[in-house]
Ligand binder design. Structure first.
Ligand code: ZN
Length: 557
């Protein structure tokens, strides 16, 4: 028996004897004088909490919790500030994000000339043989909003290979040095599920989309173990500073798991990680007997991540009807969906092995096809609380909302995408389809569980931006202050729940995480302002004061 269970046992024995009731064990940590918003419907609010070891043992008034104080108890006086359960990002590319924190930053470049200038500066910092990666450029920020080309950056980058991503990760720009190293030329054939953007003469312009990204990325030397560990450390520091205490790492490489594993061994994981490697490798997890949510409180496996299509931004999301601004283009299914029966067969086997299925689907056609596959799996294996998720679920055909509910499919969504994409997405899909896009309200009204996250690095990791997006739907360009498709806004309480309990449910952790409830892991965050008491527009400015994971302070502002 460990120390904590011993204490709890002793307390249980003593609790029955009223004469000895004062002799309760001392807490290791007390947070007092807080405005506690628990996300626990049975006890929605409180003032203070007590923690023993890594778990909450009591939630109540400051006076009640003071009884848990002993000579060695650490006490945090929150001075009335808001205490929430830690945020659980249900969809992030965490180590990639950590890598990118040290890479060239192109996201706010407002012209191709600025993009080239920043790449030129990065060339000077790049060691011999190194690649320039990352970037997150966004051509919608410059005029005309055209994709960049290798020719525009070759002069400043010369023989240093460049492969910088569009911010949605569904397209990237290579320079000529990179294409040469990768052996890509006008003679290179197209790839199913991908696009090689070509000029009039058929030569690649430098932009590759979706499955065609691998034509270049396979030439990029993989990150070393030490590089991944360092990237994870950078990402963990950022997560702690913005109150993210759990992360569901989508499309994790096994080498990422190894990096987390080392950090766990060192006691250095300051956020809890659930990894979902690609579904194409489902047998790897199945053959060692891993099932959903397998592992420790800090590091778990047992999910597989699939892709059904691309993104709206890259016009590769699969739609029923053509893009409104590109007749004839209905987007493309991913290479995993060539053919869809192969995807269904793999997911069927992964489900039979007890693995959780999490599938990226953005366009209404892709969402519908994945619902078909999930329905077929449930028909074959029965429904037994598998918690299948559709990741993103951005554009849903009206007839499919009811199917989400019937099939108990979780919608794992990233509210920030709505205020980012909302700047331009209506031009791509038209007014009618926009009404059921990023449709949190409709999904909740159908009884669908929402799990919120960011898709970091596609969106910033900071949960305040997601909450702000969910309640305002005010697009980043300032053009929709009253909300873009305002009828799809949700309440702050609903958004916080999706970002805590909803995400916990999506990773089978709702008994251990997601609310401030005695017995659960002591993962909490103190905010600098009460987001329930301020104007919704101000939520995005709110800073985290203190982040606590497993009863330990991992960030203090
Ligand atoms: Zn993603």
């Amino acid at each position: 028996m460990d120390r904590v269970s011993a204490k709890i046992l002793i307390y249980s024995l003593l609790a029955g004897a009223s004469a000895l009731a004062h002799a309760r064990p001392a807490a290791d940590l007390i947070v007092t004088d807080a405005t506690v918003y628990t996300v626990d419907r049975r006890h929605p609010s409180a003032q203070a909490v007590a923690v023993i070891g890594d778990r909450l043992v009591a939630v109540g008034s400051s006076a009640e919790i003071a009884l848990w104080r002993g000579p060695k108890t650490a006490v945090i006086d929150a001075h009335g500030k808001l205490l929430l359960p830690g945020f659980n990002d249900a969809h992030a590319h965490f180590i990639h994000g950590g890598e990118q924190l040290a890479q060239v930053q192109l996201n706010d470049a407002t012209s191709v000339a600025e993009l080239a200038r920043r790449l030129a500066a990065q060339v000077a910092r790049t060691p011999r043989g190194g690649w320039i990666l990352g970037g997150d450029w966004d051509e919608t920020r410059w005029r005309p909003a055209q994709l960049p080309t290798a020719a525009q950056i070759d002069e400043v980058t010369r023989d240093v290979p460049v492969f910088v991503s569009r911010y949605d990760g569904h397209a990237a720009l290579a320079n000529s040095a990179a294409m040469k190293l990768a052996g890509v030329s006008a003679a290179t054939a197209d790839v199913p599920g991908g696009v090689i953007v070509r000029d009039a003469a058929g030569a690649p312009t430098g932009v590759f989309k979706d499955a065609a990204l691998s034509l270049i990325s396979r030439a990029v030397p993989p990150a070393s173990h030490q590089e991944r560990v360092a990237a994870a450390e950078r990402a963990l520091a950022l997560a702690a500073s913005v109150g993210v205490t759990s992360v569901q790492h989508m499309s994790a490489d096994y080498a990422d798991v190894a990096a987390y594993s080392e950090l766990q061994e060192r006691g250095a994981l300051t956020a809890r990680i659930y990894c979902a490697p690609l579904e194409t490798g489902w047998q790897d997890q199945a053959k060692v007997g891993l099932r959903r949510a397998w592992g420790s409180a800090y590091l778990r496996l047992g999910a597989v991540k699939g892709f059904a299509d691309g993104s709206i931004g890259s016009r590769t999301a699969a739609l029923f009807e053509p893009y409104s601004d590109e007749p004839g283009n209905r987007g493309i299914l991913s290479d995993e969906m060539h053919p869809p029966e192969a995807m269904r067969a793999r997911l069927m086997q992964a489900d039979a092995a007890g693995l959780q299925l999490r599938v990226h689907a953005i366009g209404d056609r892709a969402v519908s096809m994945i619902l078909d596959i999930f329905a077929a799996i449930q028909q074959a294996h029965g429904y037994h609380d598998q918690r299948m998720t559709i990741e993103h679920a951005q554009h849903v055909a009206p007839q499919d909302f009811e199917r989400f509910a019937q099939l108990h499919v979780i919608a794992s969504m990233q509210p920030y995408h709505a205020i980012d994409d909302g700047r331009w997405v209506e031009a791509r899909i038209g007014q009618q389809r926009a009404k059921t896009s990023y449709a949190w309200r409709t999904l909740l009204d159908h009884g669908v569980t929402l799990a919120f996250g960011t898709d970091w690095t596609v969106a910033p990791l900071n949960p305040m931006l997601g909450l702000y997006a969910a309640v305002t739907r005010a697009t980043l360009d300032g053009r929709n202050p009253a909300g873009w498709i305002p009828e799809q806004r949700i309440t702050l309480a609903e958004a916080v729940e999706a970002y805590t309990m909803g995400s916990a449910f999506a990773e089978f952790q709702e008994k251990d995480k997601g609310s401030i409830t005695p017995g659960k892991l002591a993962d909490m965050v103190i905010l600098g302002a009460n987001i329930f008491a301020i104007r919704p527009e101000a939520i995005r400015e709110v800073k985290v004061e203190t982040t606590i994971v497993g009863g330990k302070v991992v960030y203090q502002r």
